[in-house]
Design a protein around this ligand. Structure first.
Ligand SMILES: [Zn+2]
Ligand SMILES: [Zn+2]
Length: 417
């Protein structure tokens, strides 16, 4: 049996870096809350994160980061801090955009000032953790055994008609170059885990996502004489139902996947047979073969359900599309002892994969990367709402936990290498 020894980084003065990080994090506890509330009150939609990007870049410059690149992939920011000791390069990633969700009925003192826009995915929290991480790292710069890049990525939630955005554009614009990190880590807020806890998976973490636009084409006729036309609406109704049989009849039943048709629009009036129906769907899978197979099965299904009614169809797979987020075994298992040391073994949970999707997966395609769930739930405070809901909130007690854990993950990675 091989014994694994975990080296806990120590400062020049002989103090454990864990202790220094804990002290520096405690010193900024109120600042973390203030920062999170400021960002929460000023949420910005994907590709519109100008204020957020400016705030981040200014903070990093004040903290003395060696390099601060702003305007990456729109409003993204990449900050680099070089430690006083030699070592590898590691990255931390956070997303910075908000959602088109109105929170005017959500009664908190830090309510969104941008009507109709809300940080409902906890990105206000993970930005704050990343800024706290930046601050703590700046305090231990001379003892830092390597270089840390903090990547603040815009447009994770997606925009409907742009193919290249978010993580893809950041990578294209060199976020993982000069210097090139050898690993990348990230948190996503989890309303299923109590504040103070961290969740992880080994292997699949979140699903792949693909978006499909479907147009069913028929022919207009008087509603009283449907036999003279081709009813795109009735055809579409059958297609929606038949598409649901892909999962139940054509995919291995132990292979999770879901195809949801989320919108359907068609027809002009009650007394005219509709000649055109447009539908939009999203596909989530947990393996690349299934993901590919769906494209064929969707086409075959539409061919069947349209031809039997004499209609035709078009599909286009545009919009958000990225692979599944999956945590590599070696790096994930090497990270777990760090989590256990910082938050306690009882607060580290191996969790099941979820059907949500994250373009962090694109960073994972480039270099080993681990995304973890950062617990933000607090039932006693009534903080229990799910991601992307109007009353989603985070327990701010999770902020310092996030900072300490993120710092330890990076310090341990740099020390291990
Ligand atoms: Zn989200
Ligand atoms: Zn998110």
């Amino acid at each position: 049996m091989r014994l694994l020894t975990l080296l806990i980084a120590v400062s020049a003065a002989g103090q454990s870096l864990d202790a220094i990080v804990a002290r520096e994090t405690a010193a900024i506890a109120q600042k973390l809350i203030d920062t999170r509330r400021d960002i929460h009150m000023h949420p910005e939609l994907s590709n519109q994160e100008a204020r957020t990007g400016k705030l981040i870049a200014e903070r990093l410059r004040v903290l003395g980061f060696d390099e601060v690149k702003s305007g990456v992939a729109g409003h993204g920011v990449v900050g680099t801090i070089k430690g006083g000791k030699p070592g590898p390069v590691v990255a931390w990633r956070t997303d910075i955009d908000a959602l088109p969700i109105d929170e005017s009925n959500f009664n908190v003192p830090y309510k969104s000032l941008n009507k109709g826009v809300k940080h409902a995915c906890g990105h206000d929290g993970v930005i704050t953790v990343a800024l706290g991480l930046a601050e703590v790292l700046s305090k231990i710069k001379k003892d830092l055994p390597g270089t840390v890049k903090i990547i603040f990525q815009p447009a994770e939630e997606g925009v409907s008609d742009t193919e290249i955005f978010g993580a893809r554009m950041m990578i294209e614009q060199g976020a993982l170059k000069n210097p090139a990190p050898t690993a990348i880590f990230a948190f996503h807020a989890s309303p299923l885990l109590d504040a103070g806890k961290i969740g992880y998976t080994v292997g699949p973490f979140l699903a792949s996502v693909d978006s499909v636009d479907i147009t069913i084409k028929g022919a207009k006729a008087h509603a009283a004489r449907p036999q003279q036309g081709t009813d795109a609406l009735v055809t579409a109704a059958q297609c929606v139902n038949m598409l649901q049989t892909i999962h139940s009849r054509r995919i291995n039943t132990i292979d999770p996947s879901v195809l949801t048709i989320g919108t359907i629009h068609g027809g002009d009036r009650s007394n005219i047979v509709a000649d055109k129906v447009k539908m939009e769907g999203t596909l989530r899978t947990f393996n690349e073969q299934t993901r590919e197979a769906y494209r064929t099965f969707v086409k075959q299904t539409l061919q069947g359900c349209t031809s039997l009614m004499g209609a035709t169809f078009e599909t286009s797979w545009t919009g958000p599309s990225y692979p599944l987020t999956t945590n590599p075994e070696t790096l994930t298992r090497a990270t777990v002892p760090t989590l256990e040391r910082i938050v306690g073994k009882a607060n580290v949970q191996m969790v099941a994969p979820q059907m949500g999707a994250e373009d962090f997966s694109l960073f994972q395609k480039e270099i080993p990367g681990v995304m973890m769930w950062w617990g933000i739930r607090n039932e006693a405070k009534g903080i229990v709402s799910g991601l992307h809901t109007a009353d989603f909130d985070i327990d701010e007690a999770a902020l310092p936990v996030g900072v300490k854990t993120a710092a330890a993950i990076l310090l341990d990675y740099l020390s291990r290498k």
